[in-house]
Design a binder for this molecule. Structure first.
Ligand code: PLP
Length: 438
């Protein structure tokens, strides 16, 4: 296929680049092939989303069938496609919170934008017009649209765009390896984090805060696994001030932590859950907001006073995407994908610990389910700070492996259908890449 290398404005890429990108043309299970015919094991699951691997025949057939039957129908003014309703039913059966209804969008960022608008709408329905502030975490990632990007606590999403918007504020990142920990015990560290949240709420004024959004495990910020005591304490604070808890399960949803939802895995009690990626195993763009019963009951009861929920997308509940998502969910349930992750995750951790645990240049190896990371530090014979991720990632490509890098952290997030043997092969290639990078 011939093309000109400078017609595509690529996401997250310097526009000054005029060289050809690395072009991928085909995928099968865990492997993708480039134009030159070289193959790569994809230990990034696309972007933490092709959970069921590439070219899953059931997903392909589901898309074909729906394409032929009803390729599109807009959900609008109380008329919608049957398959969108069916997918909402499927999600209601799986939901890890007392369920109200599900709202559909197309991307993770749109789901988060929609969750903020639902939170604002909820408070408006209760006459709390001053509740506009959204609190998120430093280094949390929620997308790059103007609102979700405002909640994202990473500078590269804000810089030059006038973000965050005024009603978005961040609170300390619950990173057990971060500077706030400073030799504190885990309990004292949690006290400190929760104290910061309480002070922020007091500073903003509790009557101005609409919602708090967080990932159960922070992914794009560098795979940060908060201490187990953190979210229960956060929830107490939120409940005390009637602040809605939005759990961003865009990455963790549908099995990645070894449970269907991290909400269950960590015993969370959110008001709203946002989902995307694994919902369709990325075979079609679709995302969702699970709206819990408390929020749904309120907005259903009170909306006649405040007017319709003025929010939605042409492609909300797109029939082909919904059909693919239904099939992806069926596979996840029938094949007990979360159970497979739970059983196989120790293989991932053991392989990484064996390969990297004793290395002087390694700060730590950590993981949960099929989300794992190695963070490198400047050590004897090692690379300077800030160079690890990019170097190991590019050596990995040379060794036929795709991994994700965030600063000096390399993230390994295999598709959820990977076998133990396949995971050992991925980690073996990563170790070779690391040695070549030294
Ligand atoms: N939330 C989380 C936790 C994510 O990791 C991402 C994307 O990586 C998003 C939201 C945004 O999703 P999208 O890129 O589909 O807008």
């Amino acid at each position: 296929m011939a093309f000109h290398p400078t017609t595509l404005l690529e996401p997250h890429t310097p526009p000054a680049l005029t060289t050809e990108p690395h072009v991928i043309v085909r995928g099968e299970r865990l492997t993708v092939w480039d134009r030159e015919g070289r193959s790569y094991l994809d230990a990034t699951s696309g972007m933490l989303c092709t959970n069921l691997g590439y070219s899953q025949p059931r997903l392909v057939r589901a898309a074909e069938r729906q394409m032929a039957r009803l390729p599109f129908f807009a959900s609008f003014a109380h008329r919608t496609a049957d398959v969108a309703l069916a997918l909402a039913d499927d999600l209601a059966r799986l939901a890890p919170l007392p369920m109200g209804r599900t709202f559909f969008a197309n991307s993770g960022a749109e789901a988060n934008d929609s969750a903020f608008k639902l939170a604002w709408y909820y408070h408006r329905c209760l006459g709390r017009y001053g509740r506009s502030t959204v609190i998120s975490q430093e280094r949390g990632y929620h997308g790059t649209t103007v609102a979700a990007g405002s909640a994202t606590g990473l500078d590269f999403v804000h810089r030059g765009f006038g973000l965050p918007l005024p009603s978005f504020v961040t609170v300390a990142c619950p990173d057990p390896h971060g500077p706030l920990r400073e030799g504190l015990s885990e309990d004292r560290f949690v006290d400190r984090l929760v104290g910061r949240l309480e002070r922020l709420i007091e500073h903003e004024g509790p009557d101005t805060v609409a919602a708090f959004i967080a990932e159960p495990i922070l992914g794009a910020g560098g795979l940060i696994i908060p201490p187990p005591g953190y979210y229960p304490r956060v929830q107490e604070v939120l409940a005390r001030h009637d602040i809605l808890f939005v759990v961003d399960e865009v990455v963790t949803g549908f099995g990645r932590t070894g449970s269907m939802f991290a909400t269950t895995e960590f015993g969370l009690a959110p008001d709203l859950i946002t989902l995307a990626k694994g919902l369709s195993s990325a075979y079609a763009p679709i995302s969702a907001v699970m709206v819990g019963q408390r929020v749904m009951d309120t907005i259903a009861d009170r909306s006649p006073d405040v007017g319709a929920f003025g929010h939605g997308f042409t492609y909300s509940g797109h029939p082909v995407a919904a059909a693919v998502a239904r099939e992806a969910l069926a596979i996840v349930v029938e094949e007990d994908v979360p159970g497979h992750v739970r059983e196989t995750a120790p293989t991932l951790m053991t392989a990484l610990a064996d390969a990297f645990g004793g290395e002087a240049c390694v700060r730590d190896v950590r993981g949960y389910g099929f989300l794992a990371a190695v963070t490198f530090v400047t050590g004897a014979g090692g690379l300077p700070e800030g160079e690890w991720g990019a170097r190991v990632m590019s050596e990995a490509v040379e060794h036929g492996l795709l991994v994700r890098a965030v600063g000096d952290t390399v993230i390994v997030a295999p598709p959820l259908v990977s076998t133990g043997e396949e995971i050992r092969t991925m980690v073996g290639l990563l170790e070779k890449a690391y040695r070549a990078a030294l």
